[in-house]
Design a protein around this ligand. Structure first.
Ligand SMILES: [Zn+2]
Length: 286
């Protein structure tokens, strides 16, 4: 084999690897932004005698998967359920969003869900559930822009996600507790320094009638989320009033969203666990 031929083969191989990397990156970006959507059609079986204070933990990800956070959150929710006497059901199965099974739950948690996780019919059941007295707790990615559902963005979240910093992605900042429903504030620190992937939203949910539980002091955060070639308009933050956890009644239901919880570590952090416990107790009227 000639030297030239060998060089040609090596170059082709390198080109192939680069091409595969680009395709891989492309799929990753597409999935993170729009999700690659798979729906479920066979509902799970709920345990017998599933009554009392009941909580559904839904962790389906058709977009970016916060794998570590989801994995660490499940035992944390189980411990919380034990401590509080809740009945817990953990699933990634979107077919549980049917009218018959949903009415068995006092609270539905979207646990770092991403992408479009429900088909149109399942969405309608969830909307009816919330508007008729259901409780909702959204965690971190449940509030990103991958869900493709206007009603959810407007009514449940109250704002549209823009970006998170990437320079660096995780930063330490101080959060401030606001005067809120005592059920939500019990056990929580008034000032709280945390390491997090801080989310930026286009509008302030406070202006949409939501009450705010925590804000973050943005002055120590570099909000820049610009990515070469892909995004050049993300070098901004939410300013002086930057809510990170907010809530409100939604018709007869109750919704609370927390943008915290990117990492698995967050689900070992005592303050964060108290925050989630309070949110579930409040949303479920327990
Ligand atoms: Zn994240």
């Amino acid at each position: 084999m000639s030297f030239k031929r060998t060089i040609k083969k090596v170059l082709l191989a390198i080109l192939g690897v680069i091409l595969l990397m680009f395709i891989g990156m492309g799929i990753f970006m597409y999935k993170a932004l729009y999700g690659i959507n798979f729906y479920d059609s066979t509902p799970p079986e709920l345990p017998n005698n599933f009554t009392g204070n009941t909580v559904l933990v839904f962790s389906k990800t058709n977009g970016f998967r916060h794998g570590d956070a989801i994995e660490k959150s499940l035992p944390a929710f189980e411990k919380m359920a034990n401590d509080n006497g809740w009945k817990l059901f953990l699933t990634d199965n979107g077919a549980v969003f049917n009218s018959e099974q949903l009415q068995k739950f006092d609270v539905v948690i979207w646990n770092n869900t991403s992408g479009k996780t429900l088909d149109e019919e399942q969405r309608q059941h969830f909307k009816n559930y919330l508007e008729n007295g259901g409780g909702f707790v959204g965690i971190h990615a449940a509030g990103d822009n991958s869900h493709q559902w206007d009603w959810y963005t407007q009514e449940v979240l109250g704002t549209l996600f823009s970006h998170h910093p990437i320079d660096p992605q995780f930063q330490t900042a101080t959060m401030y507790l606001e005067e809120s429903d005592p059920k939500l504030t019990i056990g929580l620190d008034e000032t709280w320094e945390r390491h997090e992937e801080w989310y930026m939203f286009f509008d302030n949910p406070r202006d949409k009638g939501f009450d705010v539980l925590y804000t973050v002091d943005e002055s120590t955060i570099n909000p820049n989320g610009n990515i070469p070639i892909l995004a050049s308009d993300k070098d901004w933050g939410m300013g002086e009033d930057h809510p990170v956890v907010w809530y409100r009644p939604l018709k007869k239901g109750r919704v609370i969203y927390s943008s915290l919880g990117h990492s698995g570590e967050a689900f070992k952090e005592p303050g964060h666990l108290i925050l989630l416990e309070n949110a579930i107790n409040w949303a479920g009227r327990f």
